[in-house]
Design a binder for this molecule. Sequence first.
Ligand code: FAD
Length: 467
Amino acid sequence: MAADSAPPPGAPPARPRVAVVGTGLAGLATAYYLGRDRRFDIELFDSNPTIGLDAASLTVTTDAGRRRVDVPMRSLAGGYYTNVLALYRELGLRLERQWYSFSFSATTDGTYYIHQGQGGWRGTRLPGRVRAAVRDAAVRARKAHTAGGASSAARAAAAAAAVWAAWASRTLFIAVCYIYFTALCLAVDPPADMSLEAFLGRWLVPAWFADRFVVPMFAAMGTCTLETIRKAPAHDVVIYKRRTFLQPHFHLRDNVRAAVTRLLVDIPADRRHLGVAVENVAQRHGRWTLRAGGRVHTFDHVVLAVPPGVAAAMLTDESDYVRQTLMPLLQAVKSTVVEVCVHQDPVVLAHLHPDDVSDLNFVIDGDAIESTHVLGHGVFQTTNPVVSPMLSGVLGRSVFERVTRSAAVDALADELARRNARGAAADASGLWVCGSWAWRGQVLLEGCVTSALDVAAAVRAASPKTR
Ligand SMILES: Cc1cc2nc3c(=O)[nH]c(=O)nc-3n(C[C@H](O)[C@H](O)[C@H](O)COP(=O)(O)OP(=O)(O)OC[C@H]3O[C@@H](n4cnc5c(N)ncnc54)[C@H](O)[C@@H]3O)c2cc1C
């Protein structure tokens, strides 16, 4: 087995060597921030044969020609993604504003709400099945009237009015609940250990609104079950709602591939070890060794930008700190598996009336939630499909591991923040961890960039100045 050779005695101190394991946004952003300094020799490792951030994306052919589809679709809510948007702007990437329309449905009773976009300013509209019921009753009333049956005409007209009134009163109820819930999020800071379920109960948020809006919306965002979101920290939801109030979403105009190219600008191709799984990471003689692809590499710093369970599995360091503090925290974090399917099969929207199909369509099925993003030209991206799209319509299927928010994630994020702040004085200094989950917030791209900034600052603080 080959090993890196030691520098000759008396040689000037070399630039610190940094290994970044994982090339999702967390790893790429760390490499970019450190690469900008030109003080470090950086090498990237990923078990995937292509850069992780873009590994699942596809090029599809539609009637409008070939187009690149980011998988998963990642949208950035204004107000929340301060560091991601600043990074993308620094990279010169083009961002597009996006005001999504949404539909909410349940497999049990179809579509119950449509949000027409513009952050709510475009209001709502009658779901197709309600409109059809009103229309049917109105037609019956007209027919009865023409046939001279005044009382049956009146009964049918009353039925039409009742369907419409039921929908209007529900919409009014939703609007009042929405205003109340928004005001709560703007005004109340829930204790750090309070779950969303406890928060909604404590402030008497009506159960129907909580179960049909708040919980599904955040479960779709976290691509997890409704129960997971009920148990997640309430402050996550409150802070997200507070920061994104009346803000549009943004997305990358030129796909995530453009971001990858610019983030890698300072990392030469021969420093990118792709398709090379890191097997273990440990300290030896004051430096960090990493075994990958049959070689042992030695570094001054190793940044683990992989899911917590993967980090725990590769850490074989025997130090008390790693064994007794870091490992138990990493192992306590839970993840779920998320399926994303890019396809051309509209059957996934079978629970919706055709008129109700919006940009984003959420369907509740028991404790699960499916979301389908309509990409145009007959292409859909469905996350956690309730009904599997027909194989013949499937363009690509990917599976992701996603950390689920919990108090255990907060405990880990707090410990990582403490060590980052201590730099060279941190226990097991030289070993750093980042990821979308490695901050006190939602498991989103903002966590990747925020934790990458912290880790880059820690690596700098822990590195003596060199030539
Ligand atoms: C369906 C879905 C939709 C989402 N939508 C949004 C959204 O709209 N907005 C948003 O902000 N976020 C969204 N997210 C979340 C966001 O995409 C992820 O949280 C984020 O991309 C994770 O980035 P990361 O760098 O922390 O980790 P990852 O992207 O998971 O990167 C980890 C890397 O480590 C590599 N690796 C694993 N094991 C090893 C090993 N042994 N050796 C070497 N390399 C290894 C993997 O190949 C991978 O490339 C979504 C996620 C999903 C699944």
